[in-house]
Design a protein around this ligand. Structure first.
Ligand code: GLU
Length: 444
């Protein structure tokens, strides 16, 4: 069973970077007939809020990336405690008493000698008496995971290929603070085991964590999941700007960006597949493969998103947008109007052109005479089938006008504008009565 998880910390809204990670986890699980889980990494009680938990759920709902299950780290402390005890009994976690200042000093000394800031494991060498002395001083230990230095850490990353770390060059990670609270690293491993996660898909900023976590899986007697680390997202000019990087679902929604446009873009940037508009997210699944992800950063370009948004809207099914359209706008009207939309809210504007009233720009005497003729032709055509074609064919024969001279005064009179949706699609929506009234009014 393929099981993926998206594990945001509820300390902020989802932004483009983590929406992309959520999407890839969702896509892989859906494609494989597996499960996609949401795990709320809320061990940081001070920074996590209920409002962000709700916003994450709502944003995933808006995007259509609905999880098959949800876990919350703050509800799972008993599980962490039990695993921690096992590791402690096995000597894989150990107490350390250094203060932050002492650790900073050690790092400075190493840096002065040109050495990497690897923890020296002084705490491992403490005798019982030394530990007791620290505790008598009022120091409470934090806890480190003891890395096994015997063999290199290796895995075959689904995106990055073979990875190899020398554990001796890594610090034993702190897994628990002196106040008993948990850092992200160990609970994540305990959860991935307990939730049966088969694939961890996350950003490449976690690559070193994976090295450390692989040893935690082993220490807990578990087979690790497969790992796929995606290249980071950058903006069109390189680094993802603070503003762009912080853009959340709410900002995209306010700009009129469709969730599907965001998904279509984030599904493909950084892969060898082209960015293409789709009418539903399921269309994105067939091409999904970790093999197609590149190592180079994925470029997120707002202009590309805006352009894609329009192309996505031009494909959206009526039933998927009906509840966001003005009252009375039916499927036929949607199909007539959607090719002209850059955002769905613009539909209301074109619908007001159908329903009227319209303000017609001033016409020359010649055009007014032409429009009067158009009004009388329009009275006699068959409105049941392609009235625009009948109207313009007859008028062309009668007046000799063609091209712009034929079409533009009609468009002005019927819509009050000089551009817009295809008149052949629009005129039946305007209908006989309104059309006649508008032509007559414009003829003066
Ligand atoms: N809460 C972690 C983060 O947002 C999760 C990383 C992971 O996927 O394991 O970075």
């Amino acid at each position: 069973m393929i099981i993926t998880r998206f594990a945001p910390s509820p300390t902020g809204r989802l932004h483009v970077g983590n929406i992309r990670t959520a999407l890839h986890n969702w896509m892989f699980a859906r494609q494989q007939g597996g499960r996609f889980l949401l795990r709320l990494d809320d061990t940081d009680a001070e920074r996590s809020t209920e409002a962000f938990v709700d916003a994450i759920r709502a944003d995933l709902g808006w995007l259509g990336l609905v999880p098959d299950g949800e876990e919350r780290q703050s509800h799972r402390f008993a599980l962490y405690e039990a695993a921690f005890e096992r590791l402690r009994a096995a000597g894989r976690v150990y107490p350390a008493y250094e203060t932050q200042q002492e650790l900073d000093l050690k790092r400075k000394i190493l840096a002065g000698r040109g050495l990497p800031p690897v923890y020296d494991r002084a705490a491992l060498a403490l005798t019982d008496a030394e530990r007791a002395a620290f505790e008598a001083e009022g120091r409470t230990p934090h806890w480190r995971f003891r890395l096994d230095h015997d063999a290199p850490i290796e895995w075959d990353d689904l995106i990055r290929g073979p990875q190899r770390f020398d554990p001796a060059l890594l610090s034993d990670p702190v897994v628990r603070r002196a106040d008993g609270s948990w850092l992200y690293m160990l609970p994540s491993v305990i959860d991935d085991i307990d939730m049966g996660v088969s694939h961890v898909v996350r950003g490449e900023d976690h690559v070193t964590n994976t090295g450390l976590q692989l040893q935690m899986f082993a220490a807990l007697g578990a087979t690790p999941p497969a790992f796929a680390h995606e290249a980071l997202l950058v903006g069109s000019e390189g680094k993802l700007s603070k503003r762009l990087g912080a853009l959340g679902c709410d900002s995209f929604r306010d700009m009129g960006i469709e969730p599907l446009a965001l998904l279509a873009l984030l599904a493909r940037i950084g892969t060898s597949d082209p960015v293409e508009p789709v009418a539903e997210a399921a269309e994105l699944l067939h091409a999904f493969s970790f093999d197609r992800f590149g190592r180079a950063p994925a470029r997120f370009d707002m202009d590309e998103l805006t352009a894609l948004n329009a192309r996505v809207i031009h494909r959206l099914h009526y039933q998927d947008v009906a509840d966001r359209l003005p009252a009375g706008m039916d499927a036929t009207a949607w199909h007539a109007i959607r090719p002209n939309l850059a955002t769905i809210t613009e539909a209301a504007d074109w619908w007001s052109v159908v329903e009227g009233p319209v303000a017609v720009p001033p016409q020359t005497d010649e055009d007014r005479a032409f429009l009067a003729e158009a009004a009388s032709v329009a009275e006699h055509i068959d409105w049941g089938s392609d009235p625009w074609r009948s109207l313009t064919t007859l008028l062309k024969d009668q007046t000799g006008r063609k091209g712009k001279a034929l079409f533009l005064p009609l468009r002005h009179a019927l819509t009050g504008r000089d551009h817009g949706p295809d008149m052949a699609a629009l005129l039946p929506l305007i209908g006989r009565d309104r059309a006649l009234a508008r032509l007559r009014a414009a003829a003066g």
